[in-house]
Every structure is written in C-alpha cells, then in structure tokens.
Design a protein around this ligand. Structure first.
Ligand code: FES
Length: 137
C-alpha cells in the first residue's frame, strides 16, 4: 500500500487492486473485497469506454452478486453491466439503473484511481482491497 498526499494535503491511502492491463474495455472485471466499519464486501472494477468504474458487487434488486461467471459483468453489447440473476441493467460508468428490476436504484460506487500502470482503491470509506483467494481473479 502506498501513501500519497490527498487534495487537501492529507495522507490518502492507496491500495493496489490490479495492473492496468488486467482490464480491457468491455472485458472481464477484476473482483476484490473491501472492508468498512461494519463488514467486508465483494467488489469489482471494470474498464468501460470512458474509463474505469468500481462498485460494490451487490445488485440493487436483491443482495446478490452481479456476475454471470467470475468477472463477467458486461452484457452482450459490452456497454452496460447486467445482473445475472434477473437481468437488472446498469450504466457501466455511473452504476445508474437503466432497466430491469433494480427499482431505480443504482450500484454503490467505489473511488478508484489509475496511475503508472496500476489501479488503486482510493475510497476513504473502505480499507482494502483484499484480493480473493483464487488465482487468476
Ligand atoms: S438480483 Fe439482480 S436483478 Fe434480481
């Protein structure tokens, strides 16, 4: 974990999630975990046409993970994120609900930054990330 100065001169913890080349536009996401004061949460980061986005891996419909298969978050057009269970659709860049049974609620956004070939969690609300135990995640 590296420590950098935040925008107001305060130390900001950055924890590496993955290398930049692990994420292709519309391709597989990288799963990881984050911890807050109450629990540990599954999370993921994807690369979309406008950049990177990371979310808690929990559908707004039911508290289930989204991916069809490990890391498979995009729908067939590679523009939206889709929940494997009942097909809720979310914009890849903001996590906003755009269709299906997500009841107008979006995904919970995590702050990430990409610099010097590495993607970092930069969200002050969470500690992590913790990579999942399986190799190749
Ligand atoms: S659990 Fe995701 S759409 Fe129902």
């Amino acid at each position: 974990m590296s420590v950098r100065k935040g925008s107001q001169g305060l130390p900001q913890r950055l924890a590496a999630i993955c290398s930049s080349d692990a994420l292709a536009v519309g391709g597989l996401g990288v799963r990881f975990e984050v911890t807050d004061e109450s629990d540990t949460w599954p999370a993921f980061v994807v690369r979309h046409a406008q950049g990177l986005a990371a979310y808690i891996n929990r559908c707004a419909h039911l508290a289930l993970e989204l991916d069809w298969d490990r890391g498979l978050f995009f729908d067939v057009d590679q523009r939206h994120l889709i929940c494997a269970t009942h097909g809720a659709l979310y914009t890849a860049d903001t996590g906003e609900c755009v269709g299906g049974p997500c009841n107008g609620s979006g995904l919970q956004v995590l702050q990430v930054v990409e610099t010097e070939g590495t993607v970092y969690l930069s969200d002050p609300r969470y500690v992590g990330p913790c990579r999942e135990a399986e190799a190749g995640v």
